[in-house]
Design a protein around this ligand. Structure first.
Ligand code: MF3
Ligand code: CO
Ligand code: CO
Length: 279
């Protein structure tokens, strides 16, 4: 290993799963809190007529004013603070000033910040105006999927248990789980081991241990699970163009469960259920 390689070594996904101590938890709390507060700030800004580019501008000001930096700007050529994924967009929708939200649009807003080297990665669903009934149901199911995944996180359980709990609920509600994207370890790295699949798959399952940090971020579709990538190389859509939803938390495994680093400081856990002021 030369000097440059040694310096970059902590910044590579080597496949080993890190177990973090109290300083890690403290770092993740700070990063998670700023990411979650950013999503709180956006709750009252999402309405018909607003562009996702404007939301991204607001997020940039909020993140930088908080003393954080963006994990997504410059990430593999990505240029924005947010991913804004509208209606049939599964994830990684790129904010734009060219198109305004329309009444009834649903969107996932995903933000990842870095504070003192630690990553806070979280997303929630929002509605411009009022959601149609089907869309509301999908968002409620997806929220519940995340809760069911979180509920089985404790030492001795496995990543399989998380995926199984999510898939069982989604399918019981006649929805499908996107398999093409998964949750991920994070910490000083943005996307680290292990992968957190949102469906039950026994091989590659990992036993959960105190000090593991990862995200759970199920993407749930009203139609089929298949996704397609748009020519911009980022935007993932449902292949059948059915509606899709996602929620994401960053968590740390504790002795008896987990700590959620990205809980909403303002209690706006489900912005998709808040009646929005259309004025
Ligand atoms: N925040 C996303 C995740 O949950 C990743 C976004 S990468 C970007 O892992 F480049 F598209 F922003
Ligand atoms: Co993530
Ligand atoms: Co994210």
């Amino acid at each position: 290993m030369n000097f440059v390689e040694a310096a970059a070594a902590p910044l590579r996904n080597t496949g080993d799963i890190k177990l973090h101590g109290p300083e890690g938890f403290e770092g993740m709390r700070k990063a998670g809190r700023i990411a979650a507060a950013c999503l709180d700030m956006l709750a009252s800004e999402v309405k018909p007529g607003v562009t996702t580019g404007h939301l991204d501008d607001l997020a940039r000001d909020f993140v930088l004013d908080s003393g954080a930096i963006s994990a997504t700007v410059f990430y593999r050529g990505y240029k924005n603070f947010l991913c804004t994924s509208i209606n049939h967009v599964v994830c990684h929708g790129i904010p734009t000033h060219d198109k305004a939200l329309k009444e009834g649009d649903i969107l996932n807003i995903d933000v990842t910040v870095i504070v003192d080297g630690w990553h806070g990665d979280t997303s929630r669903m929002y509605v411009a105006g009022e959601a149609k009934r089907k869309a509301q149901r999908l968002m409620d199911v997806t929220w519940e999927c995340l809760q069911r995944g979180l509920a089985v996180v404790k030492p001795g359980n496995t990543t399989y248990d998380i995926g199984k709990a999510i898939q069982d609920h989604a399918e019981r509600q006649r929805c499908s789980v996107v398999e093409a994207f998964c949750g991920h370890g994070l910490g000083r790295l943005f996307h680290d081991s292990p992968n957190i699949l949102h469906f039950g798959q026994k091989n590659a399952s990992v036993e959960l241990k105190p000090g593991m940090f990862f995200t759970i971020e199920p993407m749930i579709n009203l139609g089929k699970k298949d996704v397609a990538l748009l020519p911009d190389g980022w935007t993932a859509v449902t292949r059948d163009r059915s509606l899709t939803a996602q929620f994401e938390h960053s968590i740390g495994v504790t002795e008896d469960g987990c700590e959620i680093f990205t809980l909403s400081p303002a209690g706006i856990h489900t912005p998709h259920t808040q009646s929005t002021d259309a004025s």
